[in-house]
Write a protein that binds this ligand. Structure first.
Ligand code: GLN
Length: 469
């Protein structure tokens, strides 16, 4: 932002509130005003001013009368991606098919954050069902990057990134199936984190690819992410994949970082992004860490494997949107079959339909072995290779994306080019490991933010957050 955010960390917010330098009400008013000022960027699809101000008043009252009762997240204002359920609030996953749908319950993570004193400012725009890399695929229209409004903010959590970039909250909640937190964070100069699969409950997330989806967090620094992770993580009776994080060994002062030369030399890699990435690696070496190349023969297979498996999962997950149970029902339908057919045809975007069809195709009996089973094998090989590397290394370095944020409309007619932009982010989801996007500098010619990524072994999330400063 022009002058940077009012507060750059949760610690700074809470310190100012405790010292009485600002009230929580004034803080939330500031955030809401910022959201109004930057309305044209289309980051929010709905703001919750009355509720947010009421919660802020309650925090102010506690600060005055019962500071000992304040939750660990007092004064923490968050934005919520439009595919995460919040009881009594509309949630549409950026899609017409969920028009008018209200959540009956809150996501477990949302509940835990509210219990800890957090305040939700509003619902952020996203690619329909989290399917996209540019946030152009939303029924509410594209989101614009505050760095350059003619450019995309990244996706699918583009609204989340811009909500933070424009100082309307101190952290943003999103989801990451194949990079939807990390890539927009990289394009907007923020930290973006996807935890180990199973660390945060998926209960209340609108499913895209269930074996890939994780709730993720964007913030101005990794310590804030760690705080929010500790509040939201852990077992949940509503999601059997959410478990307690097993202990992992603490990080030594000299970290060992592997990188894959293939990722830096791949044909789609922009020269400026490469030079920023190389400078980041050089910085790690200068700081005394071990940085070593490692072979990564699977690079060409991970995008196909990711899109085969996620479309397969999406095709079954999205079967529930049938015009009967949730949201939109076509007014033109005359009978049951037309209700399904027209509601789904009119309710889903082109991209969502493309993926449902692709997923149905790769799961069909004649093609299952050739595509779905093969992709599962690639997934297994990738996980094994990464786990092997993590025997000798603490982290794996990857670029976050091959380019900086592109211009709105540049890739909309070419879905394959769009899919290829996810080449560096999908590995973490295929393998279920934690990963963080870190702002690494600016593109030497375009002056736009460049992010890089570090991946860690399963459950080493906190080591990763501690290191990624
Ligand atoms: N861009 C990727 C996709 O379209 C990732 C999206 C996500 O993480 N939700 O599938």
């Amino acid at each position: 932002m022009e002058n940077g955010p009012l507060f750059k960390s949760i610690e700074a917010v809470q310190g100012a509130l405790r010292r009485g330098e600002i009230t929580c009400t004034a803080l939330v008013q500031h955030y809401l005003k910022q959201a109004e000022t930057h309305r044209a960027l289309n980051a929010y699809v709905e703001l919750w001013p009355d509720e947010a101000l009421r919660a802020a008043e309650k925090t102010d009252q506690l600060l005055r009368e019962h500071p000992e009762r304040l939750g660990p997240l007092f004064g923490v204002a968050l934005s919520l991606k439009d595919n995460i359920c919040y009881a009594g609030h509309t949630v549409t996953a950026g899609s017409k098919i969920l028009e008018g749908f209200h959540s009956l319950f809150s996501a477990t993570a949302v509940e835990r954050l509210l219990d800890a004193g957090a305040i939700f400012i509003g619902r952020t725009n996203c690619d329909q069902f989290g399917m996209g890399s540019s946030n152009e695929n939303s029924v509410y229209g594209p989101v614009r990057n505050a760095e350059d409004p003619d450019r995309i903010p990244g996706g699918s959590s583009g609204g989340a990134a811009v909500s933070l970039q424009t100082d309307t909250c101190i952290a943003a909640l999103g989801t990451d199936t194949g990079g939807s937190i990390r890539q927009p964070a990289a394009f907007c100069g923020l930290w973006g984190f996807k935890p180990t699969y199973g660390r945060i409950s998926r209960h209340g997330l609108i499913a895209y690819g269930s074996s890939f989806d994780q709730l993720g967090i964007m913030a101005h620094n990794p310590a804030d992410i760690a705080l929010l992770l500790r509040i939201t993580e852990g077992p949940d009776t509503f999601d059997s994949t959410a478990i307690s994080a097993p202990a992992v060994p603490a990080l030594e002062a000299r970290a060992r970082i592997a990188y894959f030369p293939e990722t830096l030399n791949s044909p789609g890699m922009d020269d400026g992004v490469r030079s920023v990435s190389e400078a980041f690696l050089e910085g790690l070496r200068q700081a005394g860490h071990e940085v070593a190349p490692c072979a990564f023969p699977l690079l060409d297979y991970i995008i196909p494997a990711y899109y085969v498996l996620t479309t397969a999962e999406a095709s079954t997950n999205l079967a529930r949107f049938d015009g009967i149970r949730y949201g939109y029902r076509s007014p033109k339908a005359q009978n049951l079959e037309e209700t399904y057919l027209l509601s789904r045809s009119e309710g889903f975007s082109e991209e969502v339909k493309r993926r449902i069809l692709l997923g149905t195709f790769v799961l069909s009996s004649g093609y299952y072995d050739a595509y779905y089973a093969k992709a599962q094998q690639v997934r297994r090989m990738l996980r094994e290779q990464l786990l092997n590397i993590f025997r000798d290394f603490d982290f794996v370095f990857m670029p976050a994306a091959p380019t900086v944020a592109w211009r709105i409309g540049e890739k909309t007619d070419d879905p394959v080019a769009m899919y290829l932009s996810d080449i560096y982010t999908v590995s973490a989801n295929l393998a279920g490991v934690p990963a963080i996007a870190i702002p690494a500098g600016r593109h030497p010619e375009l002056q736009l933010p460049v992010g890089v990524q570090l991946l860690a072994a399963p459950w080493a999330d906190l080591n990763l957050l501690q290191f990624a400063v």
